[in-house]
Design a binder for this molecule. Structure first.
Ligand SMILES: Nc1ncnc2c1ncn2[C@@H]1O[C@H](COP(=O)(O)OP(=O)(O)OP(=O)(O)O)[C@@H](O)[C@H]1O
Ligand code: SF4
Ligand SMILES: [Mg+2]
Length: 335
């Protein structure tokens, strides 16, 4: 399948997306005014520490937010059409068909009592209206596409290795012919060699099917080979994005700089991840101004009172008072 959406229109446009958890009392704002665009066939990495809002962003786009979540602001457009992301029932036809998700830990996501062909065939019956026979044929086709021989289709999940199970998850994610695949830490539970194989599979499928990819990871070191762009999140907000080359060569945001500095580099004797000093912020009581100010080595007084605006900087965007955007280049204003 090849998408033929005109290049000038983004495949996905996310504007000021905010999501709260907790329906009673004080809601927790997990993401706060997230904006970005994704083009057909493009791969964007979503990077940030635990709790920065990566999964929430992806789940909102895919229509898979948990029942205690509420979209409290913003819009998502897919192929120019507004998605009803705040309406669970209206979102049902879009789910898994446009954006689908490969989660980490396939063993938890697969049904242990069904053979894998049956599990892949199920969404083809439910979402594409195929007969059982058609869906089984499609499941076998998908298994072969992800590198699993057709005769393994009779296996149960526990009979497969972790890497094979993750391939099954990818096959399931492709079942309804989406244009966007989200990989939410898809290789976290795997050994290094299997990790590389799964990332290569995602790259191959991307070019073969012209898929857009949102790759969620804590780990910047897996990004360079698999993605075109990187979006850095901190405390539910986008703080910087740009091409992989720009972000690695010349990061602007102090948090991005520390993230890059934390990557182990055996070439210069740095074998261990160097953690960023301080703790990620408590979202119930987000720090005033720039949420990174308590940990930032460059904090200025304005940082404690004013939220930096996310503005264009070169080919990317940055939200930091060290790099104030030109008025006409502002793209997002956080309240
Ligand atoms: N179902 C939920 N109910 C309540 N709070 C939630 C829920 N899911 C996430 N959160 C909170 O929302 C915030 C953002 O979580 P999210 O899972 O989006 O972060 P993440 O960047 O994906 O983190 P990780 O790297 O650990 O997966 C966190 O404070 C988290 O505790
Ligand atoms: S706005 Fe201030 S505190 Fe935030 S990253 Fe920039 S310099 Fe650091
Ligand atoms: Mg997550």
């Amino acid at each position: 399948m090849t998408n033929s959406f005109p290049d000038k229109e983004p495949l996905l446009r996310v504007d000021g997306l905010s999501v709260d958890y907790g329906l009673k009392g004080d809601p927790l704002r997990a993401i706060d005014g997230v904006s970005f665009e994704l083009r057909t066939g493009e791969a964007v990495a979503l990077v940030g520490e635990s709790g920065s809002g990566k999964t929430t962003t992806a789940m909102a786009i895919a229509g898979l937010l948990s029942p205690n979540a509420r979209v409290s602001g913003g819009q998502v457009h897919y192929r120019g059409q507004r998605l009803p992301i705040d309406d669970d029932a209206a979102m049902r036809p879009h789910r898994w068909s446009e954006t689908s998700v490969v989660f980490q830990g396939a063993m938890n996501a697969l049904n242990p009592v069904h053979r894998i062909t049956k599990q892949i065939a199920e969404p083809c019956i439910l979402k594409l209206g195929m007969t059982r026979g058609e869906a089984t044929a499609r499941a076998i086709e998908l298994l072969e596409l992800v590198g699993i021989p057709a005769d393994r289709g009779v296996a149960y999940p526990h009979e497969l290795s972790g890497g094979m199970r993750q391939r099954v998850m990818i096959a399931m994610a492709l079942a309804c012919r989406p244009s966007i695949i989200v990989g939410d830490e898809p290789t976290t539970a795997l050994d290094v060699i299997t990790q590389a194989q799964i990332l290569k599979l995602l790259r191959d499928l991307r070019s073969q099917l012209n898929l857009a990819l949102i790759l969620i990871t804590h780990d910047l070191s897996v990004v360079a080979e698999s993605c075109d762009r990187v979006m850095i999140m901190y405390s539910g907000r986008v703080v910087e994005d740009g091409t992989v080359a720009e972000i690695f060569a010349e990061p602007k945001h102090p948090y991005t700089k520390l993230l890059i500095a934390s990557i182990p580099n055996p070439a210069n004797g740095k074998k261990m991840i160097r953690p960023i000093p301080g703790d990620p912020p408590n979202l119930v009581n987000r720090p005033s101004g720039c949420a990174f100010h308590p940990r930032c080595p460059s904090t200025m007084s304005v940082c404690t009172t004013e939220v930096p605006r996310l503005g264009r900087f070169g080919h990317g965007r940055v939200a930091c008072h060290l790099h104030p955007p030109l008025q006409e280049n502002m793209v997002t204003v956080h309240a």
